[in-house]
Design a binder for this molecule. Structure first.
Ligand code: GRF
Length: 218
């Protein structure tokens, strides 16, 4: 089967990019990263991609008159690489509606909270300040809003009263690195169908489960 071609957008550290590249290398995703783009020349994600022999591009917003033009330049590169799915992995800018429309249902993002709670920046800190007992991460399709698109997969982790932003972020990040490659595999296998706000997953086992934090028996 032809492999799905991925274009990944990063602004920083790139640990999700790394988890995607590693899962692709292990043959777990039916996909491969063909190009990595960044708005930030200092993003460590660029180094990770280069170490893996993947082409990288820095597309600086300040080189363009507006966001539409900047995003269009990124879109042209992604099309040149015949990318089938665009993965935002710590890309810190909101995409232009024209870009979202051009690649409708072909852009996914990972967010470090259980959407629709705590969208935007510092999702983990927002969740802690609210006093939640569980949090987690969400992979979703990108629409014109900020972290508002149809949800593909979520993972739940406990949040403890003495967590710091760092400890909760680390707990969530472990699962980001699991659910992002899983979402890509589902997409690559053609098992995701978007119907309005809902993502229908072909073959979803409908397994029932529940977690509590704290556990009920302590
Ligand atoms: C992750 O927490 C991701 O959920 C959020 O930005 C962070 C990026 O981390 N969108 P990394 O660059 O993938 O290490």
């Amino acid at each position: 089967m032809e492999q799905l071609r991925l274009g990944v957008l990063v602004s920083g550290r790139g640990s999700n990019l790394q988890s995607i590249m590693d899962a692709c290398d292990r043959g777990e995703t039916k996909a491969k990263v063909v190009v990595v783009l960044s708005d930030n020349p200092d993003a460590y994600g660029l180094v990770r991609a280069q170490n893996a022999g993947i082409d990288t591009y820095v597309v600086k917003p300040s080189d363009y008159p507006d966001r539409d033009a900047h995003n269009a330049a990124m879109g042209d590169i992604l099309e040149r690489y015949q990318v089938g799915l665009i993965c935002l992995a710590g890309y810190m800018r909101v995409l232009a509606p024209s870009f979202v429309e051009r690649f409708r249902h072909r852009i996914i993002n990972i967010h470090p909270a259980l959407l629709p709670s705590f969208p935007g920046l510092h999702g983990q800190e927002q969740a802690l300040n609210y006093g939640v007992k569980v949090s987690g991460c969400t992979v979703h399709f990108v629409d014109e809003g900020v972290d508002t698109g149809p949800i593909v997969i979520q993972a739940v982790v406990p949040a403890f009263h003495d967590d710091t932003e760092e400890t909760l972020s680390a707990r969530i990040l472990k699962y980001e690195h699991k659910i992002y490659p899983a979402a890509i595999r589902l997409y690559a296998e053609g098992r995701l169908k978007v119907e309005g706000r809902k993502v229908i997953i072909e073959g979803d086992p409908h397994k029932e489960w529940a977690v509590t934090n704290p556990p009920l028996d302590f």
